[in-house]
Unconditional design. Sequence first.
Length: 217
Amino acid sequence: MIQIAPSMLSADFLHLAEDVEMVNRHADIFHLDIMDGIQVPNLSYGFPVVEAIASIAKKPLDVHLMIVRPEKYVERFAAAGASMISFHLEAAENSGTDPSEIISLIHSCGVKAGIAINPDVPVEKLYPYLEQLDFVLIMSVFAGFGGQKFIEDTYPRLKTLKSEIDRRGLTCRIEVDGGVSPANAGELVRAGAGILVAGSSVFKAGNPGEAIASMRG
């Protein structure tokens, strides 16, 4: 089943409750980008916003940690309402932390665990962790800013990764984030994606519900 995860970074924060209710009605997952201005060149929001969304969300919260030392904050985001937490492989490597330890920490909080990678990281670097992961997050733009142009090389990356997951008979799902829209959703799914993160193409659409339905279809 294809799931649509609107990226709340593109929501209207003056009318956040309305956008949360739109996601409740039409989509499957809330995608929450947590940026620290260090791991990525931008800042987003923290625990108060996540908790506010969680208070009225009827769909799971997918927290994407684009931060250094993600292991320091896993338990707090789990307590704030996260059902899924992903962290960047690059962040773990830069701090010398074993990704398997972070995955185990996420699972110990009763939360699904994922690893995210940027477009310049080979998908093969995910292979040692696939058995432990519930999902992997493939960035189709570089993490840190919304509204970037979709990177076409994402398609063969998805196919390579999906082939390895299927070869091992795993249930790990592939999530794609960056430049996702009704125009490329079908091809992304055919390449192996199961969860589509979409920001501007949903929240800037004249009818967000129709945009989500188009991607799902």
